[in-house]
Design a protein around this ligand. Structure first.
Ligand code: F6P
Length: 318
């Protein structure tokens, strides 16, 4: 048996650890592994490497993905998905493991429906924006990176009596902002899931400054609005010019945390087991500490639940 492996969409810490787990577990069970470079594009270009145990040496601790990744526009078209299946079958590959986010899973769903190639999807994105799983690979590391940045910012803001807005990634999902804000002790967290009133925030911060509060830190999810506009509004209502820090791609890199490595190992092993047992196309993830799987279209239809009460309680801590 042969398995194809690729990483797709934005890279995330833990992707390398996951590829390592897949390759070593598969080889231990007599299954060959073909790695395709730059996501689905690597299949279309037939740009691949046959992966040995040593091909994945010394990568468990590395961020990024040594197979590289891409957002492949061509894969949105049926003709290219059919071409991909022909190339996979030329190598005797009927099973593909895709590590990526919702866009990558959409491609996987269509590839599977149209060509009969079996795809197992592993959630790999810092955004944690897939409803069917509690966690995606890379999220824990990204949140820890943001907390580190918040700690540094607080030192300097405190020394200068400043207000700072910190913009973090997450696309349309506020999970990075909320989790980093809550555990980093931010005064405010602005996310797409919850309405916010910038005038009220400006008034509260002005009042707290009068009472002697030395600094205020506002975490802004990129999906909640444009930082420049929100900061201009804030300045209009408070008369305070806030500092602006956009963390950007810093959040996507770095050595994966313990949790992301553990998840990478568990999901990697499970994906190979499923394929060896003749699974249909599915995505896997984790719910309440247990590994779970769903049909791809069912998983993609699910809507993420936001922990509104924890968000509201956060303000009692700030
Ligand atoms: O999906 C991961 C992510 O880092 C998002 O948080 C961000 O909005 C986006 O990718 C950036 O994408 P790109 O790498 O295409 O600029």
């Amino acid at each position: 048996m042969k398995i194809g492996i690729l990483t797709s969409g934005g890279d995330a810490p833990g992707m390398n650890a996951c590829i390592r787990a897949i390759v070593r577990y598969a080889l231990s069970n007599g299954i060959e592994c073909y790695g395709f470079y730059r996501g689905y594009q690597g299949i279309l270009d037939d740009d691949h490497v046959v992966l040995k145990r040593t091909s994945v040496s010394n990568i468990i601790q590395q961020g990024g993905t040594f197979l590289q990744t891409d957002r492949c526009e061509d894969f949105l078209k049926s003709e290219y998905r059919r071409k991909a299946a022909v190339i996979l079958r030329k190598h005797g590959i009927e099973n593909l493991i895709v590590i990526g986010g919702d866009g990558s899973f959409k491609g996987a769903e269509l590839l599977s429906e149209e060509t009969g190639i079996t795809v197992v999807g592993i959630p790999g994105t810092i955004d944690n924006d897939l409803a069917y799983t509690d966690r995606t690979l890379g999220f824990d590391t990204a949140v820890n990176t943001v907390i580190g940045a918040i700690n540094n910012l607080r030192d300097t803001m405190q020394s200068h009596n400043k207000v700072t807005f910190v913009e973090v990634m997450g696309r349309r999902c506020g999970d990075i902002a909320f989790n980093a804000g809550l555990t980093g002790g931010a005064e405010y967290v602005l996310i797409p899931e919850m309405p916010f009133d910038i005038k009220k925030i400006a008034e509260e911060i002005t009042e707290s400054a009068l009472k002697g509060k030395k600094s205020n830190l506002v975490v802004l999810a990129e999906g909640a609005g444009k930082m420049e506009e929100i900061c201009a509004e804030f300045e209009k209502f408070s008369g305070i010019k806030p500092r602006q820090t956009r963390l950007g791609f810093i959040q996507r890199g770095g050595s994966p945390t313990y949790y992301d490595r553990l998840l990478a190992c568990e999901l990697g092993i499970e994906s190979v087991k499923m394929i060896a047992n003749g699974t249909d196309s599915r995505v896997i993830g984790v719910k309440d500490g247990k590994i779970i799987s769903y049909g791809i279209s069912e998983a993609l239809k699910m809507r993420k639940q936001f922990n509104r009460s924890l968000y509201e309680d956060m303000y009692k801590l700030s």
